[in-house]
Design a protein around this ligand. Sequence first.
Ligand code: ADP
Ligand code: MG
Length: 573
Amino acid sequence: MAAQAAGEQELTDGFHLVIEALKLNGINTIYGVPGIPITDLGRMAQAAGMRVISFRHEQNAGNAAAIAGFLTRKPGICLTVSAPGFLNGLTALANATTNCFPMILISGSSEREIVDLQQGDYEEMDQLAVARPLCKAAFRVLHAADIGIGVARAMRAALSGRPGGVYLDLPAKLFAQVLNAETGAGSLVKVVDPAPAQIPAPAAVKRALDVLRSARRPLIILGKGAAYAQADAAIRAFVEKSGAPFLPMSMAKGLLPDTHPQCAGAARSTVLRDCDVVMLIGARLNWLLSHGKGKTWGEPHAKRFIQIDIEPKEMDSNVEIAAPLVGDIGSCVAALLDGMEGKWPASPADWSEAVRTKREENIAKMAPRLMKNSAPMDFHGALGALRTVIKSRPDTILVNEGANTLDLARGIIDMYQPRKRLDVGTWGVMGIGMGYAIAAAIETGNPVLAVVGDSAFGFSGMEVETICRYQLPVCVVVFNNNGIYRGTDVNAAGGTDPATTVFVKDARYDRIAEAFGGAGGHATTPDELARAVNKAIELRRPTLINAVIDPAAGSESGRIGNLNPQSVLKKRQ
Ligand code: ADP
Ligand code: MG
């Protein structure tokens, strides 16, 4: 890392120290967009043996870093230029924080002396102040000698406790600062045990087991915190020993296979309504679980909640938690298993039977719709085809975004392995598609199938070029129904402008991949779709398949239409 200056002492600089600090802490990949003042940083990181993946837009690079963090339990790194590039990356940083994914956004910034006096520097912005309220922690390094500590603080903040996004501000001047090489090397910090185990108190473990044992109709809900924890074997052992039906949140699908006899995924409304004790493992009682109350939960029947979470403040956030179990999921589940030694009363047989019956009933009801081989396809027919693809290739990582494309895929496509389903997460955000797909391929080497609505795809579609440039094994399927929710809306004013929710009719998204040397596909029936996807995965070739969906098939806002205010006066317009 050192350079010889004037034949005298060995020197290093800010560029080298940033790269060495990251490498020392096990970071081998950077996602970003080059530009002032970090162009050389990217070049030099690549020269130093890191993988530097250049995107077309920072938000996609940021989403890639966020999901890399989720998949690897190391913070994903996103590198951006100052002000506008930083702001583009910030959306992803906020989204990572909201989803509890560890990530570090590193942005170059303009000169403090000019920015702070607001004298109009190139891309002037007080980035640290802007980032701070939107992430878990934010730091700025002003002296090259502090780079080691700055990176260490960022790592620890991202990974310890509840994981989240961290902002690291590196002003342009820092990179060129020169330091004696030995002093520089000595200033680097290797973070020891960045995510320390958090062992739950024995009394809390006993309380949780007592409540669970008392249940007549227990339910275990697995969230993406459980998937993140990588305690797969212990979680499975615990769920099986408890005998309770379990419900996976969407990114926890596959922790236990969706086809597991205890899986209540296809009996969701029944178990939420009828259960009497709920154990949450790495899942928050937010809007995705109707806040733990109301009609979904079958009020007025009282339920008792057990919650495992690393964040103590999460307890009682929406309803009373009878048995809070604060600690990391690996340690908590191990402690629960220890406490269950010997005979553990099986979940009451009539409850398990009732759940199983309901689930089989719902699966049987759905089956014929999934086998419909019509043209144009409806969502069920197309997703039925993709369901069989994932069944025969369970190590494929499924990335999923859209409205109907998301809601229906979540229920229809069974998952068999942990951390194989990546989707819009806590915010239900659109635009994660290509960023998540790219990082999933880079970090795991597994094939990736991105199933995205035509609208969702538009937010990150240009990254198809990135997928082709790096020759990634990503197959993108665009569910093309000519618009947002549906492709059939008309402009109520009757003018020449199209309705606000429709796109160009019968567009050929597949040609975007072809433009960059990837493979294009055009599928009008489920059979064609399955064949094209199987081939793409088999060949590990960058592919985009335009899947023609009936423009009238979708429903407004997918399954969350209740959140979309509608004017009662609309009819009168
Ligand atoms: P989902 O959307 O799948 O329901 P959430 O994102 O709402 O999941 O909840 C994840 C929860 O998991 C968060 O409250 C977070 O604090 C918690 N969590 C994340 N990692 C761990 C861990 N290693 N141990 C314990 N809890 C964790
Ligand atoms: Mg659409």
